[in-house]
Design a protein around this ligand. Structure first.
Ligand SMILES: NC(=O)c1ccc[n+]([C@@H]2O[C@H](COP(=O)([O-])OP(=O)(O)OC[C@H]3O[C@@H](n4cnc5c(N)ncnc54)[C@H](O)[C@@H]3O)[C@@H](O)[C@H]2O)c1
Length: 667
């Protein structure tokens, strides 16, 4: 076929007019060079792949431009196709579309790329160092064109950011079905992904970046608040209704998700020191009011923390520097740290996610581009020192937990077998718990509590306030201690000024709670009291993610290495009519280390949506609870038994064998 025939065969395509090359706004963070490693023939394939989005008449002009991007940035972003200026999630009515879902997804995509929200907006990275909405700006434009024409009897299929096309379905089917970075087992490695990414065939969707469901760091504040608070209750003898007053939490990272730590520790009324090497990220969080103080030396940071601790006052301190320097100072000066974690982007540890000790942030960016091998060595050295400092603090009583950022795995990969529970490999886990294993798994996920969220698509703040109130009315604070925490959270949400980007809210909730709240919201939409609402969740939830070191870390029947649950969750959500479903490789821990999925459901006030809420939202949570129950997680078994009693569903529960009997036979 020639290009004329190809052009004539499509009505949805990029224009044949070359857009003006956009200017880059000063002061907006840019992604580091991801490393160009392709050979000549692979480079040709990468160019061919990127150019297949654009009409032939533009090819000659674009080839050198795309080649330059590939060689200097490690991939082809197609900067020229980025719309000029700031992208923001606008009120839904300002978008073109043939159905409400088509317009709603455009709000979500644009919000994920907002300068205020995204980590590297020019490179389509929303958060987590490498998590992209899609691979390049040609895809962005084309997806938007598809969404503008999408009807409510069609489904848009997106593969790793590439809009494959619109296919006929019906009004009960999802409007968008997405997958991100799924790779065939034998190629499912960081190395192969890196090649595929350069070729332009794989996207790293992280979790909600590729799933278009990111709502700024607020999305993670509630989970972080729950984690830190419950860590304190578990390890520091704080009562179930107490807070972190007078207690110190230390960690690192003020980036996309990690930026939630400072805010969460203040909401929990404790004192936090968060190390961050990148001053621009500190400034962003400071301007947003998410971190209160900035200190340039470990001494200043700890002295200030001490004053606040003594006065019983809460604050959050950004230490501008490397976490390893901060911890080594604490070890040397015998400073007591009660709760300790780490949120550097270790899932992309050699791609810039972790800044080695001894390099400034700027030096790290330069070395990453010029000498990746040396950079690797420095990362390994730093991780070893980092581990040593944590170990020394731990021996003096600090409670350290891994924050699901693949930190412990990275320390192991750097050559430290001492971090393994069995002293030699990772099969039996690590010597420190992960936050899911100890805290979130047993206390939240096993009950079905997870990061339910919503976006008021009207963009009206009063809609958000109305939904906050409606959600609060749906929670009985006396049912469980988790409900009490959630009640307090939503009661104070407005006061805590959590919104960055669109009018959105996060609220941990279980299956029953989510359904109740969603039905209430849909009723408010039906009555015209609020505009349409997008419901969703983080993939980091009870049922959406299989990840042996994280979401499924507290499942001990050996099935934590299986990816059946996340896949079933995704398929089940499609069958029950969620508006958008996505399934990703990697997420917060890296390629090949997790399969995770999420959904979006547009509340349009209809009875059709009421039915989807009852069936799909219940399924979405209970598939996780049931699997956890089958894995013999005690709280999940209680919830599963209740589910059989109280609903028309039926799930299989595990009989429990007396371990002594097994031991007797095996003796
Ligand atoms: N918050 C959560 O609930 C949660 C849950 C699971 C996993 N995670 C993981 O946490 C990690 C961080 O996520 P993110 O979205 O914030 O990523 P990010 O890349 O936006 O932020 C990480 C920050 O760490 C800083 N940093 C890197 N090395 C440092 C060092 N040695 N000392 C001090 N600062 C350093 C970086 O400059 C960056 O700002 C990811 O691996 C993510 O998957 C977070």
């Amino acid at each position: 076929m020639n290009n004329q025939q190809i052009n004539d065969a499509m009505s949805i395509k990029l224009d044949s007019v070359l857009p003006e090359y956009p200017k880059f706004v000063e002061g907006i963070r840019r992604a580091p060079d991801r490393g160009y490693t392709l050979n000549k023939s692979e480079t040709e394939t990468a160019l061919r792949n990127a150019l297949r989005y654009v009409p032939q008449e533009l090819h000659e002009k674009l080839i050198p431009e795309f080649l330059e991007e590939l060689k200097t940035r490690g991939r082809i972003y197609g900067y020229r196709f980025r719309p000029e200026g700031r992208i923001v999630g606008k009120p839904i009515n300002e978008y073109k579309g043939n159905c409400i879902e088509g317009k709603a997804f455009q709000v979500m995509i644009d919000n994920n790329l907002d300068f205020d929200v995204a980590l590297y907006p020019y490179e389509l990275v929303t958060y987590g160092e490498t998590g992209q909405v899609c691979q390049n700006w040609m895809q962005y434009r084309l997806i938007k064109k598809y969404l503008e024409v999408l009807h409510n009897d069609e489904t848009l299929v997106v593969m790793s950011g590439h809009p494959l096309g619109l296919f006929k379905s019906d009004e009960h089917a999802p409007r968008v079905i997405m997958t991100q970075g799924l790779m065939v087992g034998m190629f499912d490695s960081q190395k192969e992904w890196h090649r595929a990414m350069q070729l332009g065939v794989a996207n790293y969707g992280q979790m909600t970046a590729g799933g278009w469901m990111y709502i700024g760091p607020q999305g993670i504040v509630h989970g972080t608040f729950n984690t830190i608070l419950n860590a304190g209750r578990m390890k520091l003898g704080i009562p179930a209704d107490g807070d972190l007053t007078g207690h110190l939490f230390v960690s690192s990272g003020l980036g996309g998700m990690s930026g939630a730590q400072s805010k969460a520790v203040e909401i929990a009324r404790g004192v936090g020191i968060i190390a961050e090497v990148d001053i621009s990220r500190i400034k962003t969080r400071h301007e947003q009011g998410w971190v209160s103080l900035i200190k340039e030396t470990p001494k200043e940071a700890f002295d200030t923390a001490n004053e606040y601790l003594k006065a019983g006052k809460s604050t959050s301190i950004a230490f501008h520097g490397n976490i390893v320097d901060l911890l080594e100072y604490a070890v040397k000066n015998d400073i007591k740290i009660e709760l300790l974690s780490d949120q550097t982007s270790c899932h992309a540890v050699y791609d810039g996610g972790y800044c080695p000790q001894g390099l400034t942030f700027e030096e790290r960016t330069e070395m990453l581009a010029k000498d990746p091998e040396k950079f690797r060595k420095l990362v390994d050295k730093s991780l070893k020192a980092h581990f040593k400092a944590i170990k020394a603090l731990h021996d003096k009583g600090t409670y350290f937990f891994d924050y699901g950022n693949a930190f412990m795995r990275s320390v192991f990969d750097a050559g430290v077998t001492e971090i393994c529970a069995n002293g030699k490999d990772t099969r039996d886990g690590f010597i420190f718990p992960s936050y899911v294993e100890d805290i979130m798994g047993p206390m939240l996920f096993d009950y079905g509590y997870g990061p339910f969220r919503w976006v008021c698509l009207s963009h009206k703040h009063e809609d958000l306030i109305k939904t906050d109130h409606a959600a609060m009315e749906c929670i009985d604070p006396n049912r469980r201690s988790q409900d009490r925490d959630n009640y307090v959270w939503i009661r104070d949400a407005e006061k805590n000024s959590l919104v960055v980007g669109t009018e959105a809210r996060i609220l941990y909730s279980d299956a029953e709670g989510r359904v109740k709240i969603a039905l209430k919201f849909n009723e408010l939409v039906r009555k015209g009291e609020i505009g349409p609402v997008m419901l969703g969740r983080d993939h980091h939830d009870t049922g959406g993610t299989d990840s042996p070191y994280r979401e499924t870390a507290n499942i001990k029947d050996g099935s934590n290495i299986m990816a059946d649950m996340a896949t079933q969750c995704y398929a089940g959500n499609a069958a029950r009519g969620m508006s958008l479903i996505s399934l990703h490789n990697g997420g917060g821990v890296g390629i090949g280390k997790s399969i995770n999925g999420g959904f979006g459901l547009v509340l349009d006030g209809s009875e059709r949506v009421d039915k989807i809420i009852r069936n799909a939202m219940t399924w979405d949570v209970m598939v996780g609870v049931t699997r956890r129950s089958w894995g013999r997680c005690p709280h999940a078994m209680e919830v599963a038994a209740d589910f059989n009693k109280k609903t028309d569903n039926h799930v299989t529960l595990p009989f429990v064998v007396d371990d002594e009997l097994i031991k007797k036979v095996l003796k």
